[in-house]
Design a protein around this ligand. Structure first.
Ligand code: ZN
Ligand code: ZN
Length: 427
């Protein structure tokens, strides 16, 4: 998950745990401390500090909360879960008053990422425990409804996007190098990150409003298909960034492991770079899709003959599978010196054989989303080429159904929530 962790020989289990903990400290904004912080806060209790019900009166702003755009603070309607086993339900949350560099977005669309499911269900408890209520969503497209006094990047009416981060220190080496996701002080992630302004945890895009510093809002160019562009803000940059860093070139061979939300965009991006793409899927029904998306070849993991034929074949492998699985079978497919980049699994990687790595001088690497400049780059790259996610639109009251279908691999390929849909139906 963290590019900065390159420990040498350790007990692999221990090393993996150390890596997770170090990442949490370096880039994860002390997420494990969130419950402790919450417990130490005078606002501790069932409702966090930024839940509307815990903060009557709107925090002393001149504008009453929810009284139209103004300068906030704002009451927002959100969809969240009260606990790991809860269904999604509407709730009211607070968004902070506009600070000089802040933008208020009226959210139009929000993609459903597998990380949302992991967080809503507290499946990353060991490294990123979920603070409830939890409002996920980090593939956000909205219309700018108000701007702070120092905002120059947007004006009211513009379309903006928010991905996985809403703040970072902007002065450390990583931030100065356009790698806010690796901020030494820990980036503030869009949801389930300690909220430095309101306390509690940040709330994501399953809501109708969001306040975000302009630096962390991506310009969405005119002509973009807004709903189908939303998933590019996480899934797009997550797969684009390793192609940039490992310099995937025209004619090179890239393998995409897993054909889901991330994988299907990875295929489109690699094809646009004129790379030769092979998809590895466990779902026979997806092989034809992979070819339709532009892959030269699509292979079932269980196809022993193909796995043998493709030994030492790839310049780059990108693993988009959202959990660990035995990886050695894919490391065998890397050319000499080539790299397998994990962008999907956040748990302990499995089944990597030391001898299998040394004889090819191969690398197993990790990459997490991308910086703000790189996110803007992937949005511009895709809009200019008409690249967008294959989406299925849902209403906010269908999120539970969508999660169940994602778990059954029954989505082609990203659910996107139409945040206005329930308003129109008065739910
Ligand atoms: Zn995501
Ligand atoms: Zn920083």
């Amino acid at each position: 998950m963290c590019r900065q962790c390159n420990d040498s020989a350790h007990n692999p289990e221990e090393q993996s745990l150390l890596k997770e903990r170090r990442h949490m400290l370096m880039a994860g904004a002390a997420m494990a401390a969130a419950p402790l912080l919450a417990a130490a806060s005078p606002n501790a209790g069932a409702a966090p500090a930024n839940a509307a019900s815990a903060a009557p009166g709107g925090g002393g702003s001149k504008n009453a909360p929810g009284s139209g755009p103004g300068s906030g603070p704002y009451l927002a309607r959100a969809w969240g879960v009260a606990g790991a086993g809860s269904a999604f339900a509407p709730l009211q949350i607070r968004r902070r008053a506009l600070q000089p560099n802040d933008v208020l977005l009226e959210i139009l669309y929000c993609g459903v990422c597998h990380s949302d499911i992991h967080t809503a269900r507290d499946e990353w408890h060991a490294v990123m425990p979920t603070t409830y209520p939890s409002v996920p969503g980090h593939e956000v497209i909205g219309r700018v409804a108000a701007v702070g006094s120092a905002v120059s990047k947007f004006k009211v009416g513009d379309i903006g996007g928010v991905g996985c981060m809403v703040n970072s220190c902007l002065k450390c080496e990583a931030c100065e190098g356009d790698r806010e996701q690796n901020c030494a002080e820990g980036a503030t992630f869009t949801y389930n990150s300690p909220d430095p302004t309101l306390g509690g945890a940040t709330y994501g895009g399953y809501s109708d409003k969001m306040v975000v510093p302009q630096h962390f809002v991506i310009r969405i160019p005119p002509g973009a298909d807004l709903a189908a562009t939303a998933p590019l803000l996480c899934a797009g940059v997550t797969t684009f960034s390793p192609m940039q860093h490992w310099n995937l070139k025209s004619g090179q061979r890239v393998g995409v492991i897993g054909l889901g939300g991330l994988g299907h965009i990875a295929v489109k991006l690699a094809v646009a770079r004129k790379a030769e793409v092979t998809v590895f899927s466990t779902t026979p029904g997806k092989l034809a899709d992979a070819r339709r998306l532009g892959a030269k070849e699509a292979v079932l993991w269980s196809d022993a003959e193909a796995m043998k034929r493709l030994a030492r074949h790839f310049d780059l492998l990108i693993s988009t599978v959202p959990q660990a699985y035995p990886m050695q079978q894919f490391i065998n497919l890397l050319k000499l010196d080539a790299t397998l980049v994990n962008v999907g699994a956040m748990d302990n990687l499995q089944g990597i054989n030391g001898m299998g790595l040394v004889f090819g001088r191969n690398s197993v690497a990790g990459s997490v989303i991308g910086g703000i400049a790189e996110t803007q780059e992937v949005i511009d790259f895709c809009t200019a080429r008409g690249i967008k996610a294959d989406i299925e639109m849902i209403r906010p009251d269908q999120i539970d159904m969508a999660y169940e279908r994602v778990m059954k691999k029954d989505v082609r390929y990203r659910f996107v929530i139409d945040m206005a849909a329930n308003k129109q139906r008065n739910i």
